[in-house]
Design a protein around this ligand. Structure first.
Ligand code: ACM
Ligand code: ZN
Length: 745
């Protein structure tokens, strides 16, 4: 007690202990000014809520009633007495989102000059309630004066790469609002899926919302206009503005698949199933493109009352525009120097249209290239240099780059997010501009890109990182370790609440789980390992091809598997599913677990060479931990089968991902030997390298012998590609060779 009191007197805000009731006050984001009072207010069924009579105030009252009932089980009185809860508009509370909250044994008062402030006061009050149900609830006495440091505190969800149901989004809006994040940026269209119903263009959702995956299954979904209205309304009730993003002119393949006449080539395109940056973009030289986009934006603007419309504008390769007669004609007619000028022309045209409808354009920082109008808001993702350029150009900015929460949990920790200071740069030149133009920084946003996120693992990427983000932007105060330690204590006090909301939050600084496979010492089976980010994480698995459930067999750190075949593994914690199943196919063959040597070792940035003989075949995701890789060197591997062995076939897989500079080898040679000195060449192959396709694919080089072969050593040599066409950027350096799984039958 004495220690807590001292801490309180010294100004530490973690534990505020009043004289009468010992109650912990732990609020995220921490209010700007907070002072513990004496005693507590006893809330019970006789407590009523007094509030202004306007519609929004009535909504806020009903929101608070529901929240108190859900959390404490107490149904507040419908009548108003003295000594209850009072909400009041008070112009002396300065600031659009500011509020004052006073809790004394005689009652609770929330004052603000706006309904936004009143609502945030309500959200803070909720954080003072106990978690347990009871006939009454003690709310610790406290005086709070609070307002955010930044007006824009956003979360972005990419629903294009993976689709999220309305119920998922509503759950997140509840959580975002609880932590006073006030903007939901809804990234509604992508190469891999168009997700918003547009009445005038039905194929956007009948065609563009669906893709055929590599296994032939169909994946997709979209939001009807009624869904969109429902989300906007749900968010509004929770003080959250929804900003729609319709990507253009890039990241639009799903739209071009629906209406190929919008592309430069006018050729049919499938909705892509792999990730990356695609060369097919909207044809700027075709007037029909602008007609289409304006018609789409017209419907978007009827659905989203937000004064802002995000139009993307990022990652727009100019290849198609360079080859397109109508795009080139437009460029010359307009006297534009190059295709960057065309991009700028395109954005300014769309901006003019939005301005005519009283909307402000937001775009990713590429829209600065070729010149941007200063009224556009620039979302900065590539770095401080772009922030500096935008600020010097007079634009207002939103900082997103440091908060990409699709990043692995160990690469962007809760601490990293807390410690990021968006008002400064480590580059002195950028720092002086950023500090001088502080007023143009609207705030920041945490985007969740969904290449590897889905409705089951998204919460582990969002939380608790978004709590650090929310406090960073609300407070913008100290970003040092002392401040972080204080935050972390309050963060830990939030976990029981997140548990009660059934949130599958992740660890603070390590992955939820990493699965790996090793061949056991006797080479007659495998060990499946789980490196767990939580001690209470359970790995449920099946070996019959079905999806695991919470009743499937479980293992903690490892399990022995004797049979080849497919094992599906799914992480669970506290009864919540944490991800989609990881599927691993174990293949038995003569090379399994044998020793392998290399003329040049594989790169330490990817998996060790032993993955070539673990019986697990890599998939097109080259980060899946199954690929060994060589940078600017050749693969020359020798497998030792320990004794002369009869074999019938040899195969190995290579990855092709030209956009990531991963190319198929120029030539592959299989040889065998009984003594390791004298070699017999069995097979050579020269795979076709297609640099024009951005598709990622795995190609297996397969040799099958009609006659049995006896050998102890098998050598596989694969030479990298060194003579690349000059059009391939950066030529023949920085070329990766990715290999996985040598199978010997
Ligand atoms: C982006 O990450 N392409 C904005
Ligand atoms: Zn064109």
């Amino acid at each position: 007690m004495l220690k807590s009191l001292l801490a309180c007197c010294l100004g530490a805000s973690v534990l505020i202990t009043s004289f009468c009731a010992s109650a912990e006050i732990s609020i995220i984001p921490e209010p700007q000014h907070i002072e513990a009072g004496q005693g507590s207010y006893q809330l019970d069924a006789s407590t009523g809520i007094d509030a202004p009579g306007d519609a929004r105030a009535r909504e806020i009252v009903s929101f608070l009633r529901d929240a108190i009932r859900d959390q404490t089980g107490i149904r507040l009185s419908e009548s108003v007495h003295a000594h209850g809860i009072a909400l009041a508009i008070d112009p002396s509370v300065k600031g659009d989102e500011a509020y004052r909250l006073s809790v004394t044994p005689r009652g609770v008062i929330i004052q603000a000059s706006t309904d936004k402030g009143l609502f945030w006061g309500v959200q803070t009050l909720r954080q003072l309630l106990p978690l347990e149900h009871g006939a009454s609830a003690a709310i610790p006495a406290v005086q709070i004066e609070d307002a955010p440091a930044f007006a824009y505190r956003g979360f972005m969800l990419d629903v294009g790469r993976h689709f999220y149901p309305v119920s998922f989004i509503k759950k997140q809006l509840n959580l975002l609002s609880y932590y006073k994040i006030n903007t939901f940026h809804w990234h509604l269209t992508e190469d891999q899926g168009w997700r918003l119903q547009i009445n005038r263009y039905p194929k956007l959702t009948s065609v563009g919302a669906w893709r055929t995956e590599a296994d032939g299954s169909r994946y997709g979904g979209f939001y009807t206009q009624a869904d969109a209205r429902d989300i906007v309304e749900y968010a509004r009730q929770r003080n959250i503005a929804v900003i729609p993003e319709i990507e253009m002119p890039g990241h639009s393949v799903a739209a071009l698949s629906s209406y190929p006449e919008l592309s430069c080539t006018k050729q049919p395109l499938p909705v892509p199933t792999t990730w990356g940056v695609f060369k097919d973009i909207d044809c700027v030289g075709d007037k029909g493109t602008f007609t289409f986009l304006q018609n789409v934006l017209d419907e978007v603007m009827t659905l989203f009352p937000s004064p802002y419309v995000h139009i993307g504008g990022d990652e727009t390769p100019k290849d198609r525009w360079k080859d397109c007669l109508s795009c080139q004609a437009l460029m010359h007619d307009q006297g534009l120097k190059d295709e960057e000028g065309l991009q700028s022309y395109f954005i300014k045209h769309i901006q003019g249209y939005l301005t005519s409808k009283d909307k402000t354009l937001i775009g990713w920082d590429e829209i600065l290239e070729g010149g941007a109008d200063k009224n556009a808001i620039i979302e900065i993702w590539r770095g401080d240099d772009e922030a500096r350029k935008a600020l010097e150009n007079g634009n207002r900015i939103i900082i997103a780059g440091p908060f990409y929460i699709d990043a692995p949990l160990d690469k962007l920790t809760v601490r990293d997010i807390y410690r990021t200071d968006i008002t400064h740069s480590t580059t002195p030149e950028d720092d002086s501009v950023i500090t001088a133009h502080r007023a143009q920084i609207l705030g920041a946003e945490a985007p969740l890109w969904s290449e590897r996120a889905n409705p089951f693992n998204a919460e582990s990427k969002m939380y608790p990182r978004l709590l650090a983000f929310a406090e960073n932007l609300w407070r913008s105060n100290a970003h040092d370790d002392t401040a972080y330690a204080d935050f972390q204590q309050r963060l830990h006090a939030q976990y029981p609440w997140l548990d009660a909301q059934q949130v599958a939050y992740g660890p603070e600084d390590r992955p939820v789980v990493n699965y790996s496979v090793t061949v056991n010492a006797s080479r007659d089976g495998w060990q499946l390992h789980a490196k767990r980010g939580f001690d209470d994480l359970q790995n449920r698995y099946t070996t019959d091809g079905t999806e695991p459930t919470e009743h499937s067999p479980t293992f903690d750190d490892s399990v022995d598997l004797k049979q080849a075949g497919t094992v599906n593994i799914m992480p669970f914690r506290k009864g919540l599913r944490y991800d989609n199943a990881t599927s691993i196919t174990l293949t038995d063959n003569l090379a399994l677990g044998q020793s392998i040597t290399f003329a040049q070792p594989p790169s330490s940035s990817y998996a060790p060479g032993s993955v070539l003989l673990d019986g697990v075949i890599g998939n097109v995701d080259f980060h899946d931990g199954r690929w060994a890789a060589w940078l600017d060197s050749n693969l020359d591997a020798t497998v030792d089968l320990q004794r002369d062995t009869t074999l019938h076939g040899i195969s190995i897989g290579f990855l092709s991902a030209p956009e990531s500079r991963i190319l198929l080898p120029k030539q592959v040679v299989f040889s065998v030997s009984s003594d390791g000195k004298h070699w017999t060449q069995l097979y050579t192959d020269a795979p076709t390298v297609d640099l024009s396709s951005s598709l990622q694919r795995v190609q297996r080089i397969i040799f099958t012998s009609t006659k049995p072969i006896v050998a102890r050593y098998v050598r596989i040599a694969a030479d990298r590609n060194q003579s690349l066409p000059t059009a391939f950027p950066r030529g023949a350096t920085d070329i990766w060779l990715f290999a996985d799984e040598i199978l010997i039958q």
